[in-house]
Write a protein that binds this ligand. Structure first.
Ligand code: NAD
Length: 491
């Protein structure tokens, strides 16, 4: 299936005619051939978005009209959800059931921001004199470069595209080069609506040079990126050339802390839910499990039993609970971490290898893996593995749990389990993370802001904050009775 990218309202090949094969990670089969853009293509997409913003109707449309189009795109996604879910599973390997949830969320995101577009009225503020009026209005920030990762391809794209469009910006979406399929399909759906040419551009190609060009270009006003910390740092540097606005959603190493007074069965279930969706390739995966000593042996024994029963396989097959990792290169990385963990002294309790099933040998599968006796300074504890791997640390006091949890460069999300109300208050205040779950894990929804403390990011997506990211504030001071001051040249 040969695909194209979308620039200035037209489906085009790369200028240099380069292409890339897209693979199904469950069996290595080629599912599509897509254009592989270079800097020249990126410049064309940026020019189209610039023209559409500077001289086109889009930023000047009444917000309700923009909102209606964004909402309609949500409806189209809903109507095509099953096709999109299957495409996402083909491209990422995740189970179709998971992809169906993603599509429901994605439709909801477009509907939410469609509805919010005309609700972001300005503000009247108290002017220093009675004869003046001071108002603050929000205006679209301009041309937005948007770069998304491979783990939740369409969901992460939706978090960026929907608020940018609602705010009146024009955009260039660059999905991960290995998972572009659903972004292509949604752009086709958007084409059937009345977005003016150049408002939505879809650029397909590698991070460097295509994402790099978006980050560096003086014609781009904002760069929104979701991906790894190392790439985020490069983007921040590249963006400094024209001091463009930068929004970063980076990785996480997310503690899931179980106190001895927790409801054990529920907490156990959520340790599994916290990690094994999409084979642990989730920025908010609760891969770092901390357990209070009295529950340690029971937790390890129960996890071992439940993890050994997780059905690993093709995401399209009935009963599959966990699909493959995204690529050979990524599985190599997970395998390297498993070796490092053992060298550091962590005890391998389960997994640590590929499945033996002959039917899975062409895919990038890896078994659920459990490490016990992990310590705070181990790389397996501090670094993002992004695979189906749990590490267990044991603690004796609340202070120790909090100190361990915060001793990380990341600050995306954390959760803890306890029935003690005073502890809940202390822990929620003490944890330095953008999201804190109390007696739950991995809950996020469109209305609540999402983002990281520390090196997990900059800014917030979702909720009202997600829309505000795509706006500039303008203060308008109107003097209704101007009078001379006679300050200068008085004599
Ligand atoms: P990545 O950083 O390798 O790539 C992400 C995107 O950046 C891709 O589109 C890639 O092409 C592009 N890119 C690569 N180099 C670039 C450069 N020099 N300039 C501009 N763009 C460049 O990340 P990944 O492996 O695709 O995704 C996994 C990472 O994403 C994990 O660290 C995960 O935690 C993070 N993530 C974070 C969130 C969140 O909400 N915080 C959500 C999903 C994923």
């Amino acid at each position: 299936m040969k695909q194209r990218m979308y620039i200035n309202g037209a489906w085009v090949e790369a200028q240099a005619k380069a292409t890339r094969a897209i693979f199904n990670p469950a069996n290595g089969a080629t599912i599509a051939e897509v254009p592989e853009a270079d800097r020249e293509d990126a410049r064309l997409a940026i020019a189209a978005a610039r023209e559409a913003f500077d001289n086109g109707p889009w930023p000047h449309l009444p917000a309700s009209q923009r909102g209606e189009l964004v909402y309609k795109l949500g409806v189209l996604i809903e109507e095509n959800a099953e096709e999109l879910a299957r495409l996402e599973s083909l491209d990422t390997g995740k189970t179709v059931e998971e992809s169906r949830w993603d599509m429901a969320d994605i439709a909801g995101i477009f509907k939410y921001y469609g509805g919010l577009a005309d609700k972001m009225g300005g503000e009247v503020i108290d002017a220093p004199t009675e004869t003046a009026t001071s108002v603050v209005v929000r205006e679209p920030v301009g041309v937005c470069g948007q770069i998304s990762p491979w783990n939740y391809p369409l969901l992460q794209a939706a978090w960026k595209m929907a608020p940018a469009l609602a705010a009146g910006c024009t955009l260039i979406m660059k999905p991960s080069e290995i998972t572009p399929m659903t972004a292509i399909r949604v752009t086709e759906l958007a084409e059937s609506l009345d977005f003016p040419p150049g408002v939505i551009n879809l650029l397909l190609g590698p991070g460097d040079p295509v994402g790099a060009e978006l980050s560096e270009s003086p014609l781009v006003d904002l760069i929104s990126f979701t991906g790894g910390i190392a790439t985020g740092k490069k983007i921040m540097c590249a963006a400094s050339g024209n001091v463009k606005k930068v929004a970063l959603e980076l990785g996480g190493k997310n503690p899931n802390i179980i106190f001895a007074d927790a409801d054990f069965d529920v907490a156990l279930d959520y340790v599994l839910n916290g990690v094994f969706f999409h084979a642990g390739q989730i920025c908010s995966a609760g891969a770092r499990v901390m357990v209070e000593r009295p529950l340690h042996d029971r937790l390890v024994a129960e996890l071992r039993k439940r993890m050994a029963a997780i059905k690993v396989g093709d995401g399209f097959a009935e009963g599959t609970e966990m699909g493959p990792l995204i690529s050979q290169a990524h599985r190599d990385k997970v395998e390297r971490y498993v070796v490092i963990a053992q060298e550091e002294g962590a005890k391998l309790v389960l997994g640590g290898k590929r499945p033996d099933d002959p039917a899975l040998q062409n895919g990038f599968f890896y078994l659920p893996t459990l490490f016990d006796q992990c310590e705070n300074d181990m790389r397996i504890v501090q670094e993002e593995v992004f695979g189906p791997v749990i590490t267990i640390e044991t603690f004796d006091t609340e202070e120790e749990a909090l100190e361990r949890a915060n001793s990380t460069i990341y600050g995306l999300s954390a959760g803890f389990w306890t029935g003690d109300q005073a502890r809940i208050k202390r822990m929620t205040r003490g944890l330095r993370f953008g999201t804190v779950w109390v007696n739950d894990f991995n809950v996020y929804f469109t209305q609540a802001p999402w983002g990281g403390y520390k090196q997990s990011g900059l800014g917030r997506e979702l909720g009202m904050s997600g829309l505000e990211e795509y706006t500039e504030q303008k203060h308008i001071y109107h003097n209704h009775q101007p009078q001379p001051l006679h300050w200068f040249g008085r004599s």
